[in-house]
Design a protein around this ligand. Structure first.
Ligand SMILES: *Cc1c(COP(=O)(O)O)cnc(C)c1O
Length: 797
């Protein structure tokens, strides 16, 4: 480090800043990584291994410095070295900007999968977009969310490598001409298209201690500039370039900040086609260049996973290239395509399902539209002929229907595999949302419960706990996470439980310091740290949590001597900038916080903290310190959840509904080790279908509910009486669409059980350790092995 610092920056250690050391370190790490990266590519080529390509419009990567150091076996030594040089390693690592190219769980899943693929020696790579601006930075100003641009590329990003020479051209708009060749086959030519250059930036994905480095390739949009054969033509093109380069760069300009909701913006469709066209061209070029096999063998060497429907235009794009560029006929192209693609569904919520208006789609992507139309024609004809019993269902199954293109239907029809992300979610797909598709192609449907990379979320984020676990059960859990089950033997051993308690308390002290630095609020590190961190969404029900807090506050005001274990409620999460109700919830949490935290009468028994700008790095700080994990979505709405898994792995006990992967956590740890409450998915779906729920009945009969709601409406919280009227109206006049009031009483009871359990220290620690012990099941190592065996059929390097 000293040597590099001197040669590259001309500085001595005494003169160096943390940023200097960060960049010096990344140079040193890159010197390790790059030869291995080149070597990995060479081996893939020589062995002609089948490759899996993961297509995702989002990658929520977070920082890479620690995981790269850790995976290269250099983290411990680097920590020591930095300390010896008089630096705080954490401060040096914090110089890296989070790569926040994702909204939440979906993007984090994609990043975690790549990490596991490399660590398990699998030939699997990611393709995505190099957004110039990632998910906005969130600031809280007077209780309100304010969004600032995330300028993560303001300073050089040390992990990316620009590969200009591998740029490809993307074509939008224009006209399509059809010709008949001598042999009677059809030929398609495009004219007057808008051309855009897709320039790849590669990020190395480093396996854990195994000499494997895979690639995440992110595409950046740049103007296509053809020198042409005459100077005047070139000059006019140059002027055109000046006029339009801004529009073009916009394509990879920013990430849409909507989580679990669909925005039908043209720019978003451009982004989607930009990603898939660049990627599919790249995959086919590589296959031809490195494998030198006939195109009809493509499915033997290539499998493509599409992460939700955003990249599902890869299916017609593959058809286009196979037919228009490789000269295959429809039937052969379709046969190959449908053996290459597999689709992961992430949500059943109708507001999230992508549907593009035909007019917009056809103008932007004329040739792709023709292909989608043909896929639809043939699919509907097949339904009509082969499934007469489904004839009246064709409008709800057709890819093009009532003026719109239904992306999930396209993805199902064009894939050989369709998977949901937790058992209950897959069952709902099969029985309800996609039941007709399930009827005609049962073999496509399968479940792959999401997972998290335990090396980031335990080994790296919680070194105290990781060290303790290794002292108790040895090292093997790092590559075989199910070994964590070995901890179960010690869940009654008080001496060991004391050590777990000590680790948690140290982590809580560290988080308490961070909270103080961020907010100036002192929290009691002996209080229960109750954590609700995720995107702000009605279905995730932060509102239920804050209603419970208001209720506790009311109780304490009435009886300040109430025997209540002190509690610190910690929230973090971003709201989509246009999601009014979600932003009102943020404001409400902050308003309640400022009242509760400053009311001397309750003697500090309750604290409410909202930490701004939830991202991967903040999650890594909060999760190791959590006692209680809030996973309280309206049942049936949270497809899987992964925050639930991270918190469990770090010894938090879950209070949650029977939803998503909470059910699978419950299967493992049972009622004794988590707090389940509320409506089931069947009950919720039944209410939606048949009615029978009346929120006002609960308001009328439950005084606690009435008090809380009337406080919202009275001006007690906030400067204006009308401050929270929209929340109030949504519950009482829109009949509480997410069943907050319905689940309120059961939630209160569950919280009383939490509080009782926490009072018995060894009982609580046993619950905590039992959760850690079972969490290996949710390592993405497990998840990826299932994708490999059932869907991808790829082999280890
Ligand atoms: C894990 C994670 C999520 C997903 O959390 P859920 O509780 O499953 O919604 C979202 N954002 C970040 C930064 C994460 O690390």
């Amino acid at each position: 480090m000293k040597e590099k610092l001197f040669h590259e920056k001309g500085k001595t250690i005494a003169e160096a800043t943390e940023k200097d050391l960060f960049y010096v370190l990344t140079d040193i790490v890159n010197e390790q990584i790059i030869p291995v990266w080149e070597n990995t590519k060479k081996i893939y080529k020589n062995k002609k291994l089948k490759q899996m390509y993961y297509l995702s419009i989002e990658y929520l990567i977070g920082r890479l410095i620690k995981s790269n150091l850790s995976n290269c076996g250099m983290l411990t030594a680097t920590n020591e070295a930095l300390k010896n040089l008089g630096f705080d390693p954490e401060k040096v690592y914090a110089e890296e900007d989070d790569a926040g190219l994702g909204n939440g769980g979906l993007g984090r899943l994609a990043a975690g999968f790549l990490d596991t693929l490399a660590s398990l020696h699998y030939p699997g790579h990611g393709f995505g977009i190099r957004y110039r601006f990632g998910l906005f930075d969130q600031r809280i100003i007077q209780g309100n969310q304010v969004e600032l641009p995330d300028d993560w590329l303001n300073e050089p990003y040390p992990w990316e490598v620009r590969k200009e020479e591998e740029a490809v051209t993307i074509q939008f708009r224009g006209t399509v001409h059809m010709f008949r060749r001598g042999d009677g086959s059809l030929e398609f030519k495009y004219e007057h298209t808008d051309k855009v250059l897709a320039v790849p930036y590669d990020i190395p994905i480093v396996g854990y201690g195994n000499e494997v480095v895979n690639t995440l390739r992110l595409w950046s949009a740049e103007p296509y500039y053809d020198i042409g054969d005459s100077v005047t033509l070139a000059h006019s093109k140059f002027l055109h370039y000046l006029d339009h380069h801004h529009d073009i760069e916009q394509i990879s300009g920013f990430l849409y900040p909507d989580d679990s909701s669909f925005e039908g913006k043209v720019l978003r469709l451009k982004q989607q086609y930009f990603l898939v066209s660049a990627t599919i061209q790249n995959i086919i070029q590589d296959y031809k260049k490195h494998y030198r096999m006939p195109i009809r063998k493509l499915p033997k060497k290539v499998v493509i996973q599409i992460n939700d429907t955003h990249p599902s235009l890869a299916i017609p794009e593959m058809m286009r290239i196979l037919m228009d560029e490789e000269g295959l006929g429809w039937d052969e192209a379709w046969d190959l395509t449908t053996r290459i693609f597999a689709y992961t569904n992430h949500t059943i919520m109708s507001e999230a399902l992508e549907k593009w208006p035909i007019d917009l789609f056809k103008q932007l992507l004329p040739r792709i539209y023709m292909i989608v139309e043909e896929i639809n024609e043939r699919f509907c004809k097949g339904l009509w002929l082969d499934h007469p019993e489904l004839r009246d269902k064709i409008p709800e199954m057709a890819i093009i229907s009532y003026g719109q293109i239904h992306m999930a239907r396209l993805a199902i029809v064009g894939s050989f595999s369709v998977n949901g992300v937790a058992e209950i979610h897959t069952e709902i797909l099969k029985k309800q949302v996609m039941k007709h598709f399930y009827t005609i192609s049962k073999e496509k449907f399968n479940n792959k419960t999401n997972g998290i990379t335990h090396r980031r979320w335990l080994l790296q984020a919680n070194p105290r706990l990781a060290t303790l676990i290794t002292e108790i059960i040895g090292n093997k859990w790092k590559m075989q996470p199910k070994q964590l089950i070995g901890l179960l033997r010690y869940s009654g051993d008080q001496e060991i439980l004391d050590r777990f308690d000590h680790v948690k308390h140290e982590n809580k002290k560290a988080l308490a310091r961070f909270i103080f630095d961020q907010t100036g609020i002192v929290v009691d590190d002996r209080s229960i740290f109750d954590v609700h961190i995720k995107r702000i969404h009605e279905y995730k029900r932060q509102l239920l949590n804050i209603f419970h807090i208001i209720y506790l506050y009311n109780e304490l005001k009435e009886n300040p001597n109430l025997d209540l274990t002190p509690r610190t409620f910690i929230f973090a999460g971003k709201a989509a900038p246009n999601y009014h109700l979600a932003k009102e919830v943020i404001k409400l949490i902050n308003t309640v916080a400022s009242i509760v935290n400053n009311d001397g009468r309750i003697r500090g028994k309750l604290k409410v903290i909202f930490l701004e700008n939830y991202n991967v790095s903040l999650a890594e700080k909060i999760i190791p310190a959590a006692d209680v994990s809030e996973q309280i979505s309206t049942a049936s709405k949270e497809a899987s959840g992964t925050g639930n898994m991270k918190l469990m792995m770090n010894g938090a006990v879950t209070i949650g509904t029977m939803d998503g992967a909470n059910i699978e956590i419950h299967d493992l740890v049972g009622n004794e080790n988590m707090f389940i409450f509320g409506l089931t998915a069947d009950e919720v779906l039944n209410y939606y279908k048949n009615g029978g729920y009346n929120a006002r009945d609960i308001y009328n009969t439950d005084e606690r509910v009435r008090d809380v709601l009337e406080q919202l409406n009275s001006g007690e919280f906030g400067e204006h009486v009308i401050e929270f009227k929209d929340i109030y109206y949504n519950i009482l006049y829109h009949n509480d669409p997410y069943f907050v009031l319905k689940d309120f009483e059961p939630y209160l009871e569950a919280h009383e059980h939490v509080e009782q359990a926490y009072r018995n220290r060894y009982q609580w620690l046993k619950m905590s350790v039992t959760n850690i012990a079972h969490s290996g099941k949710f390592s993405s190592d497990q998840t990826i092995q299932k994708y490999v065996n059932v869907i991808w059929k790829i082999h280890r390097l």
